[in-house]
Every structure is written in structure tokens, then in C-alpha cells.
Design a protein around this ligand. Structure first.
Ligand SMILES: Cc1ncc(C[n+]2csc(CCOP(=O)(O)OP(=O)(O)O)c2C)c(N)n1
Ligand SMILES: [Mg+2]
Length: 531
């Protein structure tokens, strides 16, 4: 007798919810799900689960829609936890199905039994272990809703025998569609307008939560109306404002002393799509000088709740700012001094990250996506390279390495005609290096620029600040050779002339590339690090 299986019912859920690409590294517990996989769904293999989740995260961010991930019991989920945490903090929706041993003998802990529910810790937005096989399709539907609403990974644990069970002929316990009501709240906009009224010298701080076309244009309108300088939050994962706009003021420093100095001239600071204020090294004293008043607007409850501000508005960022721009009176004021970017360092000296970033900045198309994971070079990247389009800048929100290579590939898969460049330290590259195999195999035309300074320069600088030296050795890895071993074309660059020649050659092809390329640039380690 033939009947409809849980597996077939789940495929239908995936089709209906746009979960038509499966990012995976499978094992025996996933074989019943994957064998004779339907042609209309796509399977993408990653060679390590950190990379699987990184690819899916880039894909989800690039499409602004949930991505489907399939992981193999404890070993797979365990390997993926760091990347799932990054997805959560980067607010990327993921539906993560984790395979489990067969229900019929789970009680006796057969080989590969996973203790899975707690393994992702606090990072998943939901974890479901369906009570019956028949509950699996509904759980996958709910996970899609949870992932979008909670903006992070939603896990469903599925024992391997569930897939061949007969599906129930009953409606799923999930709505066919969720419409999230996200209009601006007039009372909230009025409170913000009152807060801004009478500001002598307002400033705006933007962050990752403002990064979309609507957010950028609403903030441009608001900043122009207030004639207010706009800073980008420090260590933000995404850019919240066009960084070539006349009112862009640069990136905030990540310690309290310099933060107080930077915001000192302002009596009122409006923070949008960012926390008040992301810091990196601990520093004594208040975040701002006494007398500086702060309001924060964000759609992330946790971000609002932990912000020391006079007023927190939890709501849609773009729509709230758009209405606010209409309500606040236009301010008569002189433009603040323009933000100036440094000149390119001169040729003739040993190559440094600054040479690479200045040369890239001169050549990058305005719609490029730059994915950053280059610890000591990040300040130079911020100084030289302006995000000029939404999603122009992307990095791991929490600092966990191994994100940039797979995420760049995932974004490029999602937006195949947009130029994508990952700028990655040599140490960082190794954490996500298997992504190069997926990029090569699936012909993903991203450019990976590796800043090869022979080690963990940031760790050396931090140890010096701590008054000594660390026990870690240099990490001199031939990244270009590894790339080639994974099937990814790669070249090593040692001189300024070679650098300019390669970039002149490659940058014009970025939008139409059909294979990845890795350029490993030998650079001197940066001797200072003051983000
Ligand atoms: C998964 C993970 N492990 C370890 C670290 C700690 N860590 C931060 S930066 C860094 C070294 C980065 O080296 P590289 O990418 O070469 O950049 P550089 O410091 O040379 O600029 C390490 C190990 C981390 N952030 N994430
Ligand atoms: Mg390095």
C-alpha cells in the first residue's frame, strides 16, 4: 500500500516556505531524508558544519529569508554551535533540522544517539523535538515562523525513522502565513520627536539593525532634517547609513574614554538599530558625559532592554525613522565638518593591509558586498572602504572566526550578480577554509582577499597591551596552496605592482564571475591596534 510519508509532507512544507536549498553535511541519521532527493530542491554540501551554517547564514542574509540547514546528530550540531551563535547574533533566520538515531531503540542509546536539546545552549530561538513522527512537518513550519520572528536558528530534532512514517491527514499546527504587523506607533514617534525637540547639537548613531534600503533612506531624510552627523556603531555587523553621505561621521571608537570624547559635543544622541553602546575593551567611567541625553530605536527587544538610555522605542526602525523625519522640525544649522578618509599609503614601502584596502576601495563597485574578518585590518577597512549600498558591509556580529569565507559564498549564491569580496586575515581564513571547496564546486564567484601577515597579529598586539608576549607561535600557513587543494583558483601577491595589476584585472569581473578566486597578499603585521 502506498501512503504519503512524513518526508514527503516535509518536502511540501519546505516548498511552500521557500526552503528549497538544503545546506548540509549528512550522516547515517540523515540518509532516509536525503536518499533520492527531489529534483526541485537543491542540496549544497559543506565540508564542516561551521561552514554549512556559515553558507546558510550568508544565504539567509542575502535573501532576507530563512535558510534550511541539515546537521548530523551530536557531532554535527556540536561542530555548528559557534556558527549558530553567530547566526543568532547576526539575526539570520535558519531552520535547522538535526538528525537523531531511530526512535525504536533510542532508549538503549545506540551508536550516534545525540543528547541534542541543550547542545545549542541559549542560542537557538526555539528547539522542538516532535512528539510523534506525524508532528515533524508542522514543527518545520513552526521553525520557519520562529526563525523569522526570533531572527535566529530554530531547531527541529528528527529521529531517522520518522521520515518514512505515514503522514497524518490533518492540518499542521502552524498558520499557512504569518503577517507581522510592523507599522510605526504614532505615540512612540511623538515621544521621539519631543525628545529631539530643542536639541542644540543632535547626533545619530546607526547600527546593523538599520541596514536595509528603507532604513538607509529614512535615516538620510532624518539626518538631513536635523543636520546631524551620523556615526556607525563600533564593531557593528552591518552598516546602517550610506558611508559616502556628506553627514557620515565615521565609526565610533570601542572604548568609553574615546566614546565620551567623540560624542562630547552633542547634547542629544539618537541611536538607531544598535545598542547603547557596543564596546570592546573594558574602560572605566560613563559611556557619555553627564548631560548627554540618549534615545534608542530598535526592533530587537534585548538591544533596547540593555541600553542605558532615557527613552527606548521598540518598533520597526525604518518606518519609525521615516515618520520621525516628517514630524521633527527642520533644524537650521551649519553642516558638520566632512568626514575625511585617509590618503592611500605610498608605494615603495613593504605591503601593509592599508595598501590593499586603499587599492580595493579605489576599485570596488558601489554595490559591492564586503565581508570582513580581518582583526587588525578592520580599522583600516573602516577608514578606506565606504559601504555605499545596503548590505555593503557584513561581519560576524560577535567576533567568532570562521564566518567570512562561507558567509561571502552564501551571500553571493543569494545575489549572484552582486560583487562580493571577503577581506580575511590569514589566521581567520583557516577557521572557515572548507568553504572554498563549496565555492569551487558550486561555482560561486566570490573574491577572497587574504591578508597574510603570518599569524595572529591582533593577539600579539593585545598581549603587548597586557604588558608582555603570548605563548602562541607564528601561524604561517600557505593559504593559496590550501585553496588550490580545495579546487579554488588562488594566487599569491607579494608586491604593490602585482597587487594593483591583479585588482585591475579581477575587480571589473566581480559581478559576472562564475568561479571563486583567492588572492593571498603578503603583508607586514600592523603594529598598532586601537579599534
Ligand atoms: C572561533 C574563534 N577562535 C578564536 C578566536 C580568537 N581570535 C581572535 S582574532 C584571532 C587571530 C586572527 O588572526 P588573523 O585573521 O590572521 O588576523 P590578524 O590578527 O593577523 O589581523 C583569534 C585566534 C575567535 N575570535 N574566534
Ligand atoms: Mg594574520
Amino acid at each position: 500500500m502506498s501512503f504519503r510519508t512524513v518526508r514527503e509532507a516535509t518536502f511540501d512544507v519546505m516548498r511552500r516556505r521557500g526552503l528549497d536549498v538544503v545546506f548540509a553535511n549528512p550522516g547515517s541519521t540523515e540518509v532516509p531524508f536525503l536518499t533520492d532527493f527531489p529534483d526541485d530542491l537543491r542540496f549544497v554540501l559543506g565540508l564542516h558544519e561551521g561552514v554549512v551554517v556559515g553558507l546558510a547564514t550568508g544565504w539567509a542574509i542575502g535573501r532576507d529569508a530563512p535558510a534550511f540547514v541539515l546537521l548530523h546528530t551530536t557531532a554535527g550540531l556540536g561542530n555548528a554551535v559557534g556558527a549558530l551563535a553567530t547566526a543568532r547574533v547576526n539575526r539570520a533566520p535558519l531552520v535547522v533540522v538535526v538528525g537523531q538515531q531511530d526512535r525504536r531503540h533510542l532508549a538503549s542509546e545506540p551508536f550516534l544517539t545525540g543528547r541534542l536539546t541543550g547542545l545549542g545552549g541559549d542560542y537557538p530561538v526555539s528547539v522542538e523535538q516532535p512528539v510523534r513522527a506525524q508532528d515533524v512537518p508542522g514543527a518545520v513550519s513552526r521553525a520557519a515562523h520562529e526563525a523569522v520572528t526570533g531572527r535566529g536558528p530554530a531547531l527541529v530534532i528528527v529521529p531517522m525513522d520518522d521520515w518514512s512514517a505515514a503522514a497524518a491527514d490533518e492540518p499542521e499546527a502552524a498558520p499557512a502565513e504569518v503577517v507581522r504587523a510592523v507599522g510605526p506607533e504614532p505615540a512612540a514617534v511623538e515621544r521621539l520627536a519631543a525628545f529631539l525637540a530643542g536639541a542644540g547639537a543632535p547626533a545619530i548613531v546607526v547600527g546593523a539593525g538599520a541596514d536595509d534600503a528603507e532604513g538607509w533612506s529614512a535615516l538620510v531624510e532624518l539626518a538631513e532634517r536635523l543636520v546631524a552627523p551620523v556615526w556607525q556603531e563600533s564593531f557593528g555587523a552591518r552598516a546602517g547609513f550610506p558611508q559616502d553621505h556628506r553627514l557620515f561621521a565615521g565609526h565610533l571608537p570601542a572604548d568609553r574614554t574615546r566614546l565620551r570624547e567623540t560624542l562630547g559635543p552633542h547634547d542629544v544622541v539618537l541611536v538607531v538599530g544598535a545598542p547603547v553602546f557596543r564596546q570592546y575593551p573594558f574602560d572605566e567611567g560613563p559611556l557619555v558625559n553627564p548631560g548627554t541625553r540618549i534615545a534608542v530605536v530598535s526592533d530587537d527587544p534585548a538591544e533596547v532592554h540593555r541600553s542605558p538610555a532615557e527613552l527606548g522605542v521598540l518598533g520597526p526602525v525604518a518606518a519609525t525613522c521615516r515618520e520621525l523625519a516628517r514630524l521633527v522640525p527642520a533644524r537650521e544649522a551649519e553642516l558638520p565638518p566632512p568626514f575625511s578618509r585617509p590618503a592611500a599609503p605610498p608605494p615603495g614601502e613593504s605591503l601593509r593591509a592599508a595598501h590593499v584596502l586603499a587599492a580595493l576601495a579605489e576599485r570596488l563597485p558601489a554595490d559591492a558586498v564586503v565581508v570582513e574578518e580581518a582583526p587588525t585590518a578592520r580599522p583600516d577597512l573602516n577608514a578606506y572602504v565606504a559601504a555605499r549600498a545596503p548590505l555593503g558591509f557584513l561581519s560576524a556580529a560577535m567576533g567568532g572566526l570562521g564566518f567570512a569565507l562561507p558567509a561571502a559564498a552564501g551571500v553571493r549564491m543569494a545575489q549572484p550578480s552582486r560583487p562580493v569580496v571577503a577581506v580575511v586575515g590569514d589566521g581567520s581564513a583557516i577557521f572557515g577554509i572548507q568553504a572554498l571547496w563549496s565555492a569551487a564546486h558550486y561555482r560561486i564567484g566570490a573574491l577572497f582577499v587574504v591578508l597574510a601577515n603570518g599569524g595572529y597579529a591582533v593577539m600579539d598586539r593585545l598581549a603587548e597591551r597586557h604588558g608582555g608576549r603570548g605563548p602562541w607561535p607564528r601561524v604561517d600557513v600557505d593559504v593559496a596552496a590550501i585553496a588550490r587543494a580545495f579546487g579554488c583558483p588562488a594566487r599569491r601577491i607579494e608586491t604593490h605592482d602585482e597587487l594593483l595589476r591583479e585588482l585591475d584585472d579581477v575587480l571589473p569581473t566581480l559581478a559576472s564571475r562564475e568561479e571563486p578566486l583567492l588572492l593571498e597578499v603578503a603583508v607586514e603585521p600592523d603594529q598598532t591596534f586601537a579599534p
